[in-house]
Design a protein around this ligand. Structure first.
Ligand SMILES: [Zn+2]
Length: 344
């Protein structure tokens, strides 16, 4: 089978690997689509993602959907069932309430991650073995191509959920309109935000933001500057210091900043005095817990979220796909077509 494997920094290959067989309690999934995430790009370009370093060949990919191919001993699931996959183990049960804290547990695994030794191999492969509990059956009428957004949308829903009642009726700025910013717009809308503005340096992401339901867009450095103290909530979705500095300026007194983007490691120069003076609530967020179930419901109900997908490449052209995904001026979410879609 084909798999997208990073061997070292700048060394991404489409390798031919043996098809794995499911063991007890496991299921083999025929992967149909995979979404390329920022962490996949970090691994491909620099051989590391934050503190995690690639020390052995690593199949990338944690945003994957497909159909059940074969159940292992002791597992009773029908071949052909379309599924999304919860990338984490331990995995919350289907339909579990939020707040188990599994996303913060130490020692778990995540698909396509060098955080464990040996690494946890990912899902950019024609076949993937997962535990039965990682399967998330898809409702009829939700195409696999849209369902591939379940994992990153779950990240956004989890993050927005951490703000609780603040979101209902709020005026929100999403700073950074890349794929995660765009999905945050959908999550904010689903959570009852009243007005959502998206800001970005580039024009293309702002078009995506409008395509998923932003009420207004601001091109930074081109349009008039954002007004001080004018948003109830700012979602920092760029993972960039200037964006966080802007967030601190434009959030209102008593408002909240959600740090959804992954900031660079190390010491950062950020004027935090205004956080104190304005009594700003600053919220961090990490992956998600059971919110992938909610994400699947939101995707089934909202066709326009699929506008986040800007490009689709065959797995054989993974190098080109990664190149596109690295260029925010011309792409939003880039997906790989890994196997033909038997449900289309
Ligand atoms: Zn991701």
């Amino acid at each position: 089978m084909k798999a997208v494997v990073v061997h070292a920094a700048g060394d991404l290959r489409v390798d031919e690997l043996p098809v794995p067989d499911p063991g007890a309690g496991q299921v083999r999934v025929r992967i149909v689509y995979g979404g390329i995430c920022g962490s996949d790009l970090h691994y491909a370009h620099s051989g590391r993602n934050g503190v995690y370093e690639v020390v052995e060949p690593l199949t990338l990919g944690h945003e994957v959907v497909g159909v059940v191919d074969r159940a292992g001993p002791g597992v009773d699931v029908a071949a052909g069932m379309p599924v999304a996959i919860h990338p984490a183990t331990p995995t919350p049960a289907v339909g579990a309430a939020r707040g188990s804290g599994l996303n913060l547990a130490v020692g778990g695994t995540y698909l396509g991650s060098a955080s464990t030794s040996p690494h946890t191999q990912g899902g950019f492969a024609e076949h993937l073995i997962v535990m039965e509990g990682q399967l998330r059956p898809l409702p009829a009428g939700l195409p696999l191509r849209r369902a591939v957004l379940a994992e990153p949308l779950a990240v956004a829903i989890h993050a927005v959920g951490l703000l609780g009642d603040r979101v209902q009726g709020a005026r929100v700025l999403v700073s950074g309109a890349g794929p995660i910013g765009a999905l945050a717009i959908s999550a904010l809308r689903a959570a009852g935000a009243s007005h959502i503005t998206a800001a970005d340096l580039h024009r293309a992401p702002l078009r995506t933001a409008l395509g998923v339901g932003a009420d207004a867009v601001v091109q930074l450095g081109v349009d008039p500057a954002l007004t001080d103290d004018s948003f109830d909530i700012v979602v920092e979705a760029a993972g960039a210091v200037p964006s966080l500095v802007t967030a601190l300026r434009v959030v209102r007194r008593g408002g909240a900043i959600l740090q959804l983007g992954i900031l660079p490691p190390g010491d950062l120069s950020i004027p935090l005095a205004s956080m104190v003076a304005k009594e700003v609530h600053l919220q961090g967020t990490q992956r998600f817990d059971s919110e992938i179930d909610e994400a699947i419901d939101v995707l089934a109900a909202d066709e326009q979220i699929e506008n986040v997908i800007s490009h689709e490449f065959d797995i054989a052209d993974a190098a080109e796909a990664f190149e596109h995904a690295s260029d925010a001026t011309r792409s939003a979410k880039v997906i790989l077509g890994i196997s033909p879609d038997p449900t289309a």
